[in-house]
Design a protein around this ligand. Structure first.
Ligand SMILES: [Zn+2]
Length: 305
């Protein structure tokens, strides 16, 4: 069992298995944020979004808890599906109903994909909503034309009056990090196993920029991705001689500070060892298949970090 603890503030748990949850918990992942996003295939009706958002605040939260992982989520209309404008209008109407529920730490992931005007309208609408409710915003950045996409995401958020300390820009790289830090927003990095941003590059980014507002995440989903990206990257950072305090901030504290602004995270409870009770049920269902439920209560003292 790892003595370090990690926060993976971007992972699509609904696409992951219980083996992943077990491996994550064992590697020290103590908390996650699961942002609402695209499922790989476009949804055709509002009901699909309603059921998906319900699962993020319900079943997925329960499922993670059964392995000792605190699950928080972000609710929003993703940029890709914002391009189906008729459906997008309906989805935006129900976003407030879910975004204000318990365990929701941000509006997200929202932003640009192809940088279309439909995406911009949905982004602005959700930024306005977030500002009115003083919420944190998690922004997805486009994989093509990323630099311009991120500059525009920052500018539009500023225009909408979202304070920069409430803005997390995700999927950064070496080309974009300075713009995000200069703006005063949080700069998150998704670590993919084979492509895009890898752990090696992340080590050098942390070395160069220091730990201020840098966040490491996995964005693990239904594609080729790694639910252990955060602990693995932390291990490489330590191996390469980076200051353990810097590593702790980039893989735990900064994500906690950013999303605890929501008021939805009980930090004291998170610092204690997790309580696991697999005898619990969610709507009469458990994650077990006839196994003996694991029941572990937290020891009196907190876990070291
Ligand atoms: Zn994502």
């Amino acid at each position: 069992m790892s003595t370090l603890r990690f926060f993976d503030p971007h992972i699509h748990c609904t696409s992951r298995t219980t083996d992943d949850f077990e491996a994550m918990a064992k590697a020290g992942v103590r908390a996650v944020v699961e942002p609402a996003f695209w499922l790989g295939q476009p949804r055709t009706t509002l009901g699909s979004f309603i059921d998906y958002f319900s699962s993020l605040v319900g079943w997925e939260r329960f499922r993670a808890s059964q392995f000792g992982i605190a699950h928080f989520c972000a609710i929003g209309l993703n940029s890709k599906e914002a391009n189906n404008e008729a459906l997008a209008r309906e989805v935006l109407e129900i976003v407030p109903r879910f975004a204000l529920k318990e365990g929701v730490v941000a509006v997200g992931e929202i932003g640009y994909d192809e940088i279309t005007s439909a995406e911009e309208r949905a982004y602005q609408w959700q930024l306005d909503f977030a500002r009115k409710h003083d919420m944190v915003v998690m922004v997805h950045s486009p994989h093509r034309d990323k630099k311009n996409g991120i500059r525009r995401s920052l500018a539009v958020a500023k225009e909408c009056g979202v304070p920069m300390h409430k803005l997390v820009i995700d999927h950064n790289n070496e080309e974009t990090v300075q713009d995000v830090l200069d703006a005063g927003a949080w700069a998150a990095f998704t670590i993919y196993p084979y492509t895009k941003m890898g752990s090696e590059r992340m080590v050098e980014i942390l070395r160069k920029y220091g730990p201020e507002r840098l966040i490491v995440d996995s964005s693990a989903d239904w594609g080729v991705s790694d639910p252990l990206a955060v602990p693995r990257t932390a291990a490489l950072m330590l191996e390469r001689g980076l200051d353990p305090e810097w590593v702790r901030r980039a893989t735990w504290q900064n994500a906690l500070d950013a999303y605890a602004q929501s008021g939805q995270i009980d930090v004291e409870q998170l610092l204690r060892a997790p309580t696991i009770d697999q005898s619990q049920l969610f709507s009469e269902n458990s994650v077990l298949r006839g196994q003996t439920p694991r029941i572990e209560s937290a020891p009196k003292s907190g876990v070291p970090n």
